[in-house]
Design a protein around this ligand. Structure first.
Ligand SMILES: [Zn+2]
Length: 147
């Protein structure tokens, strides 16, 4: 996977392995970046970095966002953007990372992995609201948007 330098985020050592850190301020509800990667349509697919997109869909993300860590109080969320061509036929879905609140430079960017129960593992994210397990209903919103 091609590594690209970003002015917005940096991959650096974090609480658990590597993490993604903000290099500048992000306003709440604003676009942080596009998560590029491979969308896998297989209910049995799993990998260390894959993100649950709901239904049978998973995303195998590329750098830098494959290094996003889980938090039970995440400051970012994933948004599935369904793009349509003008004739109404579906184009390739895009995954956007959006700020869930104001994010300051040097803060680690985190999402709620929202893993299904069968994939749950103990969580040590350090958040005061830690649920104790990395598990959830999935924080992905499907947004219909025309280009
Ligand atoms: Zn936690």
């Amino acid at each position: 996977m091609k590594q690209r330098r970003s002015k917005k985020v940096a991959v650096e050592p974090a609480r658990h392995g590597l993490g993604v850190f903000a290099k500048r301020h992000f306003q709440a509800r604003r676009y942080v970046g596009r998560v590029r990667g491979r969308i896998v349509s297989d209910p049995n697919y799993s990998s260390h970095y894959c993100m649950d997109l709901g239904g049978d869909l998973s995303l195998e993300p590329g750098a830098p966002f494959r290094y996003l860590n889980h938090s039970c109080s995440p400051n970012c969320l994933l948004v599935l953007v369904q793009v349509e061509y003008e004739d109404g036929s579906p184009a390739e879905a895009e995954i956007w990372l959006e700020a869930a609140r104001d994010i300051h430079p040097r803060e680690e960017l985190t999402i709620d992995y929202g893993w299904p129960v069968e994939s749950a593992m103990p969580c040590d994210c350090g958040s005061p609201n830690c649920r104790g397990w990395i598990v959830g209903e999935g924080s992905l919103e499907a947004v219909a948007q025309a280009p």
